[in-house]
Design a protein around this ligand. Structure first.
Ligand SMILES: [Zn+2]
Ligand SMILES: [Zn+2]
Length: 139
């Protein structure tokens, strides 16, 4: 009688393990699930000179589209461009809107800091780092 209960318990545990395994497998889409919708907005900008459309998209949508593009073209080593909502070309890249002067520019194209403004030289990343350093020195 005792043995039968053990067998049932083991069978149930195995079944649960299989369900958890399948669930975690099917829900795994390359870490995208860890990004919550509404967490952060990204600026994107169209590189088509005739279009120049700039708009904000959800961080989750940004990475979902990047992942789709990468899957469609796995040999490409470059960060894929998103499809523009205005002109329909694959020429939209992540952009930054300068909090100081409002200038829009492409993310990671301007030197030492990914978000350094080519117009006024302000970088939020640099500014944050500077502030953190000052706070540490102040003790
Ligand atoms: Zn466009
Ligand atoms: Zn600026």
């Amino acid at each position: 009688m005792k043995n039968t209960i053990y067998v049932i318990v083991i069978a149930v545990c195995l079944l649960l393990a299989i369900i958890v395994f399948i669930k975690s497998r099917s829900g795994d889409s390359g870490g995208l699930d860890s990004i919550k919708r509404g967490e952060e907005m990204y600026w994107v900008m169209c590189n088509n000179p005739k279009c120049k459309e700039a708009y904000e998209i959800d961080k989750k949508d940004y990475y979902t589209q990047i992942e789709e593009k990468m899957r469609a073209n796995p040999m490409s080593m470059q960060t894929p461009a998103l499809t523009c909502r205005k002109c329909g070309e694959d020429s939209v890249y992540r952009a930054v809107k300068c909090p100081k002067c409002g200038h829009m520019f492409f993310h990671g194209k301007s030197g030492d800091f990914d978000d350094k403004c080519p117009e006024c030289g302000f970088s939020k990343m640099e500014d944050d780092r500077q502030k953190a350093r000052e706070r540490r020195q102040a003790g």
